[in-house]
Design a protein around this ligand. Structure first.
Ligand SMILES: [Zn+2]
Length: 87
């Protein structure tokens, strides 16, 4: 396998914790997994080869570009999963 990762996964994970905290939604593993997959399916992937040095810096500005989309999609996913939880 090539050493590539989808940065969107890392960002969604990051924002999901913050947004779940804020919304008071269920934080069990099932709900988090569902919110995570649902959000990722609605967001554009951001694949990069193993990040080193300046790639990380560039990714920070990419993250800022996507921030609004990430927050919108996670919020939608939290609402959807919480109104019909799978736990
Ligand atoms: Zn739950």
């Amino acid at each position: 396998m090539y050493n590539v990762i989808n940065y969107m996964e890392i960002w969604v994970n990051e924002y999901m914790d913050v947004l779940l905290e804020r919304s008071g939604g269920c934080k069990c593993d099932n709900c988090k997994r569902d919110i995570f997959t649902l959000s990722l399916n609605n967001l554009k992937p951001c694949y990069v080869a193993t990040p080193i040095g300046n790639i990380m810096a560039r990714l920070e500005s990419t993250k800022q570009q996507f921030e609004t989309d990430i927050i919108v999609e996670i919020t939608k996913a939290i609402n959807k999963i919480n109104s019909n939880p799978n736990h």
